[in-house]
Design a protein around this ligand. Structure first.
Ligand code: AHR
Length: 498
């Protein structure tokens, strides 16, 4: 028997827009994300590039509709001194990348390189400022350097370095993981430091006000969020962050293989991923106490699956493969973000190229779009669309002692009036039937795309880059205002109603 699941779309209760910025990404100076990833050097004759930035990556990310990109870290951000990354490249000082492999960072990819790359990508930059080992002056000058349109020492320096107009960067992180690599601070201490830094990041220095994001909690550290919300005046902060990785263990070598995993490990990963729902709910409830009008955004600026590195690669480079497990994880997480769209207005998958749950992997001239890429591309119809709230009753996915919901779903209506429904079958071993009640909504037809593969371990490699890719989906039948959908095991489907 096929497991039964029911979804009811409450189109009449729609009022919240799914901010496209929850589809954001993250690029750190870590392993091969920037160097030998995005950036292959201006003189590279083998790989087509513009100012050293790979054009095949740019084209793929534009097609996926990347809305924003966070840079330069992560942990790296709190070691980074932006003035070392401007001016003639040959004269830039070098530094040690202490967090990621102890490699020498030559600062050849800096502020201009990143912000010009964002223009090429048509994406909004999100700059993460150095609080852990920087100064208030350094961060306030960075804001002036990139955003001040008139005459000033910093804007003149920008001009001298080849950029007359300001970039108008809206999103600014005030430190990263201040409870850990960002300085091992207590929440009370960080809240005070935040107030000081944010005061001198004049939000009105540029054409548009900046959006300051406080370094947020890790997973279930609710006390962190409570302390920040209690102690930081609402007019000093526009967003508060949250990081949550789907990881088996933080101990080295105990995260499991990215490709060679058992069903028990799959279930363990998904259980961690689905905790996002509960964590957001609890952090948001704390925010509601201090900010009932929901002025402050919850920014999930690091999320994704984290496994052991690929055998033979540098353990400090966090290079991992990406399978259908990651596709299911991404689809289910994005459905969770949609559900909480009123408070979660930005998020960043870690990380975009060659690091952790990447959407793109590269090797020499070759490029691979991962199953996660395809989910983000399929789901981009939800960007800036109006959320249609749902009720869902799903069957259980039981495995040994664990119990997970078998199906995850969400729906939205775009500006052209088209309704899209995203469905994920989390169950790795069983197909699911989903009955979707449209509650009187008029629809004359349904089309869709599916991402699935025979095994949940399946992935794309440099030799077989299209093993996992979306194809047309024909297992959705419309009858009156009811859809009947059959989802194969571990699959992600996006439907469009006509
Ligand atoms: O994404 C990798 C690292 O994970 C980031 O640098 C840090 O913020 C987090 O601990």
């Amino acid at each position: 028997v096929m497991a039964q699941n029911r979804v009811t779309i409450k189109a009449d209760e729609s009022k919240i827009v799914i901010n496209r910025h929850i589809y954001g990404h993250f690029a750190e100076h870590l392993g091969r994300c920037i160097y030998d990833g995005f950036y292959v050097g201006e003189g590279n004759a083998k790989i087509p590039n513009k100012n050293g930035v790979r054009l095949d990556i740019v084209a793929a990310l534009k097609k996926m509709k990347i809305p924003n990109l966070r840079w330069p870290g992560g942990c790296f951000a709190d070691t980074y001194h932006w003035k070392d990354g401007i001016g003639p490249k040959a004269q830039r000082p070098k530094m040690v990348n202490t967090w990621w492999g102890g490699v020498t960072e030559d600062n050849s990819f800096g502020t201009h390189d990143f912000l010009n790359m964002c223009e090429l990508l048509g994406t909004e930059p999100y700059l993460a400022g150095n609080v852990g080992s920087g100064t208030v002056q350094e961060l306030s000058e960075w804001v002036q350097y990139v955003n001040f349109p008139k005459n000033s020492p910093m804007s003149n320096l920008r001009q001298k370095n080849g950029r007359p107009e300001a970039w108008n960067v809206r999103y600014w992180g005030v430190g990263n993981e201040a409870w850990g690599c960002g300085g091992n601070m207590t929440p009370d201490y960080y809240a005070n430091i935040y107030r000081q830094y944010a005061t001198f990041m004049n939000p009105a220095v540029g054409k548009e006000r900046i959006f300051r994001i406080a370094s947020g909690a890790n997973s279930s550290d609710f006390n962190w969020t409570e302390t920040l919300m209690k102690n930081i005046p609402l007019n000093l902060m526009e967003g508060v962050a949250l990081h949550h990785y789907s990881v088996h263990s933080w101990e080295d070598g105990k995260k499991g293989s990215a490709t060679d995993f058992t069903e028990a490990e799959y279930v363990k990963t998904m259980k961690q991923a689905l905790k996002m729902d509960e964590f957001i709910e609890k952090h948001a409830a704390i925010m509601d106490k201090y900010d009932p009008q929901k002025k402050i955004a919850l920014v999930v600026d690091e999320w994704g699956g984290w496994y052991n590195v690929e055998p033979g690669t540098n353990p400090g480079f966090l290079f991992q493969q990406n399978t259908m497990r990651d596709a299911v994880l991404a689809g289910a997480t994005l459905n969770i973000f949609h559900k909480h769209a009123e408070r979660v207005r930005m998020a960043n998958l870690a990380q975009v190229v060659n690091v952790l749950q990447a959407v793109i992997l590269t090797e020499g001239t070759k490029i691979v779009l991962t199953p996660t890429y395809h989910v983000l591309e399929m789901y981009n119809v939800h960007q800036d669309a109006t959320l249609l709230p749902i009720d869902i009753s799903t069957s259980d996915y039981t495995f040994e002692k664990e119990k997970l919901p078998a199906v995850s779903a969400s729906a939205s209506r775009d500006k052209a009036g088209k309704t899209h429904v995203s469905l994920v079958n989390i169950h790795a071993g069983q197909p699911q039937t989903v009955t979707v009640n449209l509650k009187g909504m008029k629809a004359s037809g349904v089309t869709g795309r599916i991402l699935a593969s025979s095994k949940v371990q399946d992935h794309n490699t440099f030799d077989n880059a299209n093993k996992v890719k979306p194809v047309a989906f024909s297992d959705a039948k419309l009858s009156g205002d009811e859809l009947t959908v059959i989802l194969p095991p571990a699959s992600v489907v996006v439907l469009e109603l006509q």
